[in-house]
Design a protein around this ligand. Structure first.
Ligand SMILES: [Ca+2]
Length: 500
């Protein structure tokens, strides 16, 4: 049996230990949802009924993922420290969500976003995604979409991985190596190294590639997954900054806290170029744009929402690490000016994209996400009652697991710690579930039910997998990722969960 299930793509397996394990342990195969998903994709099973509310012409889909950009940074959300006129306008003429949550760290969020599955089921380690994972790109490619990923990769160094994950084209930073990303960067374009030394700015290069892709594929449909490099540290000058230095080399120069604001503004400007290109090509009315952040703002970055200061908490499981912006725009399809307080999780984007495309999921496609496409259309939909999170950085030697469920107001950790987020957003003073009454007791029961659903979700072999990495390889991986994650202090949070 082809356990990767990707033979139909003509992709070859990457010999990761987990694949060897699966091959050698057939008893374990049925318990692995990611394997099931890949198999189901390969076997073209019966399909669910199509959503009759979708248009006849398949829309183009653009999913923009900003790096380390929390909810508080966007003007439309009430942020007052930075300039985000393009995103503000997309929110005003589309929809924005007040309760979208990512995982606290880059790779965990990206894996959930791309597969629609909780990290409990398929997350291996920082900087990697299981090569046999089924992604939104596979599903959309099968539906006839041209697929492209432009931006940050950080999912494994196999040159064939972008194609293996369903992308026809790729323009990536941190694919095969880890060069600087901003001034005078290094990229891999369709797997071929490209090095720049004439004052180029990495985010411009990637944006140019994205614009070129949608221009070439304007007859559609296309899917552009655009995980932007901005606004991740180091906070270096942009071409619009007073201190821009076209000669700058490396990620240790020209750094200043105020450059974060410049980077937010530059990110917004690049999205503006993308929107302008859609307008010029006559594609705006046929394109759904979704924008979100991959985790909270970089640790310690201070932003204002009016009189209220918000301090970035990337890497923590509080709202400072997980609360991110979500803006959706599609003229005349997404309700204009909508502000939605429903819960949205990163696992929800795969089914939302598929439903917007009018593309049924394979009948038994395993999924933890829930489409919010009905809400974008102005319907009630099936809003989540809770978000479940299994979070473990698996970065360096950190195997800490934090597991919890929450809604807009309450949060319950597997440990039993309970918080009323309205009274204790920083999660400093855990309440004992046994002492709760009324609304709090009901919430604890609901959230415990969510945790119970995932009690056995983690395949045991995935936990053994992390320990099978030879120490030398583990150390090398640590060195490779250390700079990337240098603003992600581990186990230093003051939150109750992380003190454990
Ligand atoms: Ca990130």
């Amino acid at each position: 049996m082809n356990i990767t299930g990707l033979g139909w793509l003509g992709a070859s397996e990457t010999e990761l230990p987990i694949i060897a394990f699966l091959r050698d342990n057939p008893v374990m195969k049925p318990s692995l949802p990611l394997t099931f998903a890949a198999l189901l994709l390969a076997q073209f099973p019966a399909l669910r009924a199509a959503d009759l509310s979708t248009p006849a012409r398949k829309p183009n889909l653009i999913l923009i993922l900003a790096d380390d950009l929390g909810y508080e940074t966007i003007g439309a959300n009430g942020g007052t420290s930075y300039r985000t006129p393009v995103l503000d306008e997309l929110a005003a003429s589309g929809a924005r969500f007040t309760h979208c949550y990512a995982q606290p760290l880059c790779t965990p969020s990206r894996v959930q976003l791309m597969t629609g599955l909780s990290n409990a089921r398929n997350y291996i380690r920082f900087g990697q995604m299981a090569p046999q994972a089924a992604t939104f790109a596979h599903l959309l490619k099968r539906a006839g979409y041209a697929t492209c990923i432009a931006g940050k990769w950080q999912l494994g160094r196999d040159v064939n991985l972008p194609k293996k994950f369903g992308f026809d084209e790729s323009c990536l930073w941190q694919h095969l190596r880890r060069p600087p990303r901003y001034a005078n960067p290094g990229l891999e374009i369709n797997g071929v190294e490209a090095n720049y030394t004439n004052g180029e700015y990495g985010p411009d290069l990637v944006n140019d590639y994205a614009l070129d892709f949608i221009t070439r594929k304007k007859d559609g449909p296309f899917f552009l997954y655009y995980p932007m490099m901005l606004t991740h540290a180091p906070y270096q000058a942009t071409p619009d900054s007073k201190r821009w230095d076209a000669q700058a080399v490396g990620e240790a120069v020209n750094i200043a806290p105020e450059h974060f604001g410049d980077m937010v503004a530059y990110m917004d400007k690049l999205i503006g170029k993308l929107v302008a290109k859609l307008e010029a090509l006559g594609l705006r009315d046929h394109t759904l744009i979704l924008f979100l952040g991959d985790n909270g703002t970089g640790r310690g970055t201070r932003s204002m929402m009016g009189d209220r200061q918000v301090i970035g908490g990337k890497g923590t499981t509080t709202a400072a690490g997980m609360h991110v912006p979500l803006i959706a725009n599609w003229p005349r399809r997404v309700v204009a000016g909508k502000v939605c307080s429903d819960l949205v999780d990163t696992t929800d984007f795969l089914p939302t994209l598929l439903e917007a495309a009018g593309e049924p999921l394979p009948a038994d496609f395993h999924l933890d996400g829930r489409s919010f496409w009905p809400q974008l259309r102005g319907e009630r939909g099936r809003p989540r009652e809770w978000i479940y999170s299994w979070y473990s950085p698996r970065q360096r030697a950190d195997l800490t697991v934090r597991e919890f469920a929450f809604n807009q107001r309450f949060k319950l950790y597997r440990s039993g710690d309970f918080f009323d987020l309205n009274k204790d957003a920083g999660e400093k003073n855990p309440l004992k579930v046994s002492l709760l009454e009324g609304e709090e007791a009901a919430a604890a029961k609901l959230l415990q039910g969510a945790l119970d659903q995932f009690k056995n979700a983690r395949p045991a072999e995935l936990n053994r997998e992390i320990r099978k990495v030879p120490q030398s390889e583990s150390n090398a991986h640590e060195r490779q990722t250390q700079v990337e994650s240098s603003h992600e202090p581990l186990n230093t949070s003051s939150t109750a969960d992380e003190r454990r």
